[in-house]
Ligand binder design. Structure first.
Ligand code: ADP
Ligand code: MG
Length: 298
């Protein structure tokens, strides 16, 4: 049976003790300096006896949270599941997350699961996955390149989560229709759960003109009030709710309104939406008119 890295992480988390987390965290930190974190460095970490650390490494390796590498020396790296484990453990400790449920969407750059907060609120838990490289690619990239890429999946995924959280915190208080930001750790963002489906999935929608207007209103509100431009707006990043309202999701590539290419990025966002409504729902809207509307003071 196929187990996703989140499945592996959730299962492992129940069996982890504080010392295991310490060893994982040590490897995480040292991965910024090493392609494979030397075993001898881990064995020297403070607070734990060498014998105990050896036992923990064996356990973590068996659970699939780290990979052991044997070359000119013995080293370890975190697996995706190991990184998921560190983030989930922190979110639980922070009192943000209580449990994790089913996958809501598994995309190219993120895996999204439903979950519950300690207060019983249903949330969406988004694991950012950037710089994921396939086995085939791994074989193609050797030496230095693999080196750089190896560290960068940790770094890029964390950066994407931080940026998405930043965007949600900027636009949500301004009344832009987005999931509520709830918490964040490492490469994971916890946000309000939305009922509904991505816009591209609907063959027909009840009042497409009103839906288009609502999208443009929200793009304008984000732009004028939060000074934020989505940057990857399309029918794939808009959710239509059962009551025919929209929410805009997936914000890690947002830019500020004072970005040097802000105008072009805004134009591209608006054009993507207008084009989609023309092609799929027969709603004709003039691009320049929509752009003028974006600039008209609130
Ligand atoms: N807050 C949310 N509530 C419910 N479902 C969500 C939420 N955020 C994302 N999803 C689901 O997960 C999918 C992927 O999310 P998205 O943020 O677009 O990530 P990416 O496109 O980078 O994989 C969405 O298409 C949607 O089905
Ligand atoms: Mg998306």
């Amino acid at each position: 049976m196929f187990m996703s890295s989140v499945d592996i992480a959730v299962r492992a988390l129940r069996q982890l003790e504080a010392e295991d987390i310490k060893v994982l965290a040590k490897i995480e930190v040292d991965m910024s300096r090493h392609r494979y974190v030397p075993e001898r460095d881990i064995l020297m970490m403070s607070g734990l006896a060498e014998k105990e650390i050896r036992y923990r490494l064996e356990k973590l390796n068996g659970l699939g949270l780290i990979h052991r590498w044997v070359g000119s020396y013995i080293g370890y790296v975190l697996s995706t599941a190991g990184y998921d484990c560190l983030a989930l453990n922190a979110l639980v400790k922070m009192g943000v997350l209580e449990s994790l449920g089913k996958p809501l969407g598994v995309g190219k750059e993120a895996d999204v699961y439903d979950g519950l907060t300690a207060g019983g609120e249903r949330v969406a838990v988004k694991f950012h996955r950037l710089g994921r490289i396939s086995f085939r690619q791994t074989r193609r990239f050797r030496g230095y390149l693999l080196d750089r890429r190896h560290v960068s999946w940790l770094y890029q995924s964390r950066l994407a989560a931080e940026k998405e959280m930043e965007a949600l915190r900027l636009v949500h208080p301004c009344g832009v229709s987005v999931p509520k930001p709830i918490g964040h750790n490492r490469h994971v963002v916890v946000m309000g759960m939305i009922e509904g489906d991505c816009l591209f999935k609907f063959k027909e929608i009840p009042n497409p003109e009103a839906v288009l207007n609502e999208i443009l209103e929200n793009v304008r509100l984000a732009y004028l009030k939060s000074r934020v431009i989505h940057g990857d707006l399309s029918e794939f990043n808009i959710i239509l709710t059962p009551s025919n309202h929209i929410l805009i999701i997936d914000w890690p590539q947002f830019v500020r309104a004072d970005h040097p290419n802000a105008e072009d990025i805004l134009k591209r966002d608006v054009w993507n939406i207008i084009k989609f409504f023309r092609r799929k729902h027969g709603v004709i809207r003039d691009l320049q008119e929509a752009l003028d509307y974006m600039k008209r003071p609130l």
